[in-house]
Design a protein around this ligand. Structure first.
Ligand code: SAM
Length: 353
C-alpha cells in the first residue's frame, strides 16, 4: 500500500483536510489496495451511525417545466424538443399513497424551477401531504426561492430540502450556468434553508465539463464547512439538445471514490446512491451503497410521464429504479448485507430548533 495515500485517508478520517496535491494523489494514483482501504474505512464509519440500514425515499418528479437554462440539463428552458408536464396535486397525493403502501416514509418532490408552483400552490400541497402522512418526511428539491418562500414551505410541514451547490468554484459555476444564475444566490439559499431548520442537502456533478481535481477539492471544502445533513453527487451525463450534449460523461469510479471520501469526512450524513450513478454503470446503486452511501430514491412518478423528466440521456425508468421494483431492490440490498428500512431516516443529530 502506498503509505502517503494511506496517510491521506487517515487524515480525512481524523477530521483534517488534506493538501490539494494529496487529494490529487488519492484520486489519480490510488490502486486497488488503497481504494479498498478507503472503502473499508468509509463502510466502517457509516456502520457506527447507521448499522446496515439503507433508507428508501420515494422520488416524485412532479414538473419538468423550468425557467432556468443550465447548460448541462435536459429540462433547461431552451430545450424546445421535450414535452413538458406537470402533475396535479391529486396525482402527487396518489404517488404518496402508493409509496406509503410500498413502505416509503419520505417523499421527495423534485422539479424544475416552475413558476406555476409558486407558494399559492406549493404550500397547500405540502400542507395536505403533511396532514395525510403525519409519520412521513417531506423533502423538497425545487431550486432557488426567497427566504420567505422557504419559511412558508417549512411552516407547512416540509422537513428537508435538496439544493446542490453545483460547483463551489466561481469560474466553474459560471461556465456551467448562464449569466443570470449566481453562485452567491445558490449558497445564500443553502444558508437560509439551514437556518430556517430544514435538513439541508448540497452536492455537485462529478465530471461536469471543465471540472478539474482542484475544483472537486473546492467542493469538498465547501461540504466540510457548510456541514450539510445530506449530500447528492452523481456523474455528469450528457443530454441531447443541450450545449453540453457532446461532452464526455463523468467517471463512475471517481464518483464511488467521492462517496467514500464524503462518508469519511461526514460519517453521520445521509448520502444517496443516485440515479445518475446507476445510469452510468451497471449496478450503480449497489456499488454506491458498498462505497458508503445509505440512501436510495426509487422513482414513484407515474409511469406515463417518467421518461419526460429527462435530465440526461438513457435515464433509467424501470425495474429496481422505481416503485414497481422496490421488492427486488430490497432483495438485492439484502443480498449484499443491507436492510432497506421503512423509516423516515432523519439525520441522527437533527433536532428541530
Ligand atoms: N430545479 C431543482 C434544482 O435546481 O435544484 C431540482 C431539479 S435539478 C434538475 C436536479 C439536479 O439534477 C441538479 O442539481 C443537477 O446537479 C442534476 N443534473 C441536471 N442535469 C444533469 C446531467 N446532465 N447529468 C447529471 N446530473 C444532472
Amino acid at each position: 500500500m502506498n503509505e502517503k495515500i494511506k496517510k491521506t485517508i487517515d487524515e480525512i478520517k481524523s477530521g483534517r483536510f488534506p493538501q490539494v496535491q494529496d487529494w490529487k494523489a488519492l484520486f489519480l494514483y490510488s490502486g486497488p489496495e488503497e481504494s479498498r482501504y478507503l472503502t473499508e474505512q468509509a463502510v466502517a464509519a457509516r456502520k457506527e451511525y447507521f448499522g446496515n440500514k439503507v433508507f428508501l425515499r420515494g422520488l416524485i418528479e412532479f414538473t419538468n417545466y423550468c425557467k432556468n437554462n443550465c447548460y448541462y440539463c435536459g429540462i433547461r428552458r431552451d430545450h424546445r424538443e421535450i414535452r413538458r408536464y406537470r402533475l396535479t396535486p391529486e396525482q402527487i397525493l396518489e404517488c404518496c399513497e402508493k409509496g406509503y403502501e410500498l413502505g416509503l416514509r419520505t417523499f421527495v418532490l423534485q422539479g424544475g424551477e416552475d413558476p406555476y408552483w409558486d407558494d399559492s400552490r406549493l404550500v397547500p400541497l405540502v400542507a395536505s401531504i403533511r396532514e395525510k402522512f403525519p409519520d412521513c418526511a417531506i423533502t423538497l428539491s425545487v431550486g432557488e426561492r426567497s427566504r420567505e418562500s422557504y419559511e412558508n414551505l417549512y411552516d407547512a410541514g416540509a422537513d428537508r430540502y435538496l439544493l446542490r451547490h453545483e460547483a463551489a468554484d466561481l469560474d466553474l459555476y459560471e461556465s456551467l450556468h448562464p449569466e443570470e444564475m449566481m453562485l452567491s444566490d445558490r449558497t445564500d439559499c443553502l444558508f437560509d434553508l439551514k437556518s430556517i431548520g430544514f435538513q439541508t442537502g448540497c452536492g455537485f456533478m462529478v465530471g461536469a465539463p471543465g471540472q478539474t481535481i482542484p475544483h472537486i477539492v473546492e467542493d469538498l471544502k465547501f461540504i466540510g464547512q457548510f456541514c450539510p445533513h445530506m449530500v447528492g453527487i452523481g456523474p455528469f451525463l450528457p443530454a441531447a439538445g443541450t450545449p453540453f450534449e457532446d461532452q464526455p460523461g463523468g467517471s463512475p469510479k471517481l464518483t464511488l471514490k467521492l462517496l467514500s471520501v464524503i462518508r469519511l469526512m461526514k460519517p453521520d450524513i445521509l448520502l444517496p446512491a443516485t440515479t445518475a450513478l446507476s445510469s452510468a454503470t451497471e449496478d450503480g446503486r449497489l456499488l454506491g451503497i458498498k462505497a458508503g452511501a445509505n440512501v436510495i430514491m426509487p422513482n414513484i412518478t407515474p409511469e406515463s410521464v417518467r421518461s419526460l423528466y429527462c435530465l440526461y440521456d438513457r435515464k433509467p425508468s424501470a425495474g429496481v429504479e422505481c416503485a414497481e421494483g422496490i421488492e427486488e431492490l430490497k432483495e438485492q440490498l439484502a443480498g449484499i448485507g443491507y436492510e432497506a428500512v421503512a423509516e423516515r431516516g432523519d439525520h441522527p443529530f437533527f433536532t428541530e430548533e
